[in-house]
Design a protein around this ligand. Structure first.
Ligand code: NAI
Ligand code: MG
Length: 333
């Protein structure tokens, strides 16, 4: 058995982590869940949205599956998600967007994965007022070292998965030092991967290209803010936030989570789509060298989408619930 820290989190997190646990157990995944708290629920109960025991458990087991966390507003706490990524130096945020069978979108053959730099850029939280007249400043940090790590991870992924091209997204025409450095490092890393095509695009053009011809992209690598925005865009191309998973990977720890948040508008109503967190858990199983189990579950999900669409949740055109989807996947396993 492999120990994995499980953080159900807030809002729909409770429902979707329960669904994922049931499906992984039914599939025979050899996982021993260590349940821990974080987020708004933990803050209300323990006065701390990121309790020490949760951090200690991740420190010990080095792998976590995490539901979405609501960051308490107006408490002085920064995003717990950002804090966790920085604490464990989870520098690669990997977000695949793949067209699914029988999920209605205009795009038929999207198969791309966004590598978002996860620890730097504008997300380091260095913002301040510069004078009394409501003038604010925000600082973006980009380093050669961190850029090299994420870009190398993107190229290595392309090579392992036999994907043809890496597209680096930047705004080096305006942000010449920060994203300019990211581009410069990209060009240098590309020389070590002559078997993989390298392309760079300015972020605004990228946004347009992704909507016009998303099938042209394989692996995309970019800085933190652009990656955040473009990965939600990519989710939108394949059926929305309910169907895209993600991995946060560092040198010696990994945390898997859905791209979406705690969806307070549908929490507790048995409406949440567990597919996003389920796909994240399949990335986790691959990371744990349990690829055959991950593939079985993927097949069961696809079969459910094709043969039992009514059992799927409403965000992807089904007529079912979190529970009916979970039962359908389990019966297809
Ligand atoms: P959200 O992603 O929670 O919801 C956006 C929309 O998508 C809502 O209409 C929601 O119902 C829908 N949606 C999201 N996931 C779904 C699912 N699995 N099935 C069906 N529909 C789904 O974004 P929002 O509302 O901006 O944020 C809510 C809270 O989540 C905030 O406190 C935010 O800070 C937090 N958040 C946490 C993240 C994390 O833990 N990684 C990521 C993004 C937001
Ligand atoms: Mg986001």
């Amino acid at each position: 058995m492999k120990n994995v820290v499980l953080i159900p989190g807030d809002g729909i997190g409770i429902e979707i982590t329960a669904a994922v646990k049931t499906i992984l157990e039914t599939a025979g995944a050899p996982i021993n869940w260590i349940e821990c708290e974080a987020g708004l629920g933990a803050y209300r109960k323990l006065g701390n949205p990121l309790p020490d025991e949760t951090v200690a458990a991740i420190e010990e087991h080095r792998i976590a599956l995490k539901g979405p966390l609501t960051t308490p507003v107006g408490t002085g706490f920064r995003s717990i998600n950002v804090a966790l990524r920085q604490k464990f130096n989870l520098f690669s945020n990997i977000r695949p967007a793949i067209t699914l069978p029988n999920v209605d979108t205009q795009f038929k053959s999207v198969d791309m994965v966004i590598f978002r730099e996860n620890t730097q850029g504008l997300y380091i939280g260095k913002e301040h007022w510069i004078d009394e007249n409501k003038h604010a400043e925000s600082i973006a940090v980009v380093t050669e070292e961190a850029s090299r790590k994420i870009i190398t991870a993107a190229f290595e992924y392309a090579r392992t998965k036999e994907m043809e091209k890496v597209t680096l997204v930047h705004k080096a025409n305006i942000l010449k030092l920060t994203t300019g450095l990211f581009l410069e490092v990209g060009r240098s890393v590309a020389k070590d991967f002559p078997d993989i095509e390298f392309q760079d695009l300015i972020v605004d053009n990228m946004a347009m290209q992704m909507v016009m011809r998303p099938e042209q992209f394989d692996v995309v690598v970019t800085t933190n803010l652009f990656g955040d925005i473009l990965s939600d865009l990519a989710s939108g191309l394949v059926g929305g936030l309910g169907v895209t998973g993600s991995a946060n990977i560092g040198d010696d720890a990994a945390m898997f989570e859905a791209v979406h948040g705690s969806a307070p508008d549908i929490a507790g109503q048995n409406k949440a789509n567990p597919i996003a967190l389920l796909f994240s858990s399949l990335m986790m199983l691959e990371h744990l060298d349990e690829k055959p189990i991950a593939e079985n579950i993927r097949k069961a999900i696809y079969k459910t989408l094709v043969e039992k669409k009514v059992k799927c949740t409403m965000d992807i055109g089904g007529k079912g619930t979190t529970d009916s989807f979970t039962e359908a996947v389990c019966s297809n396993l």
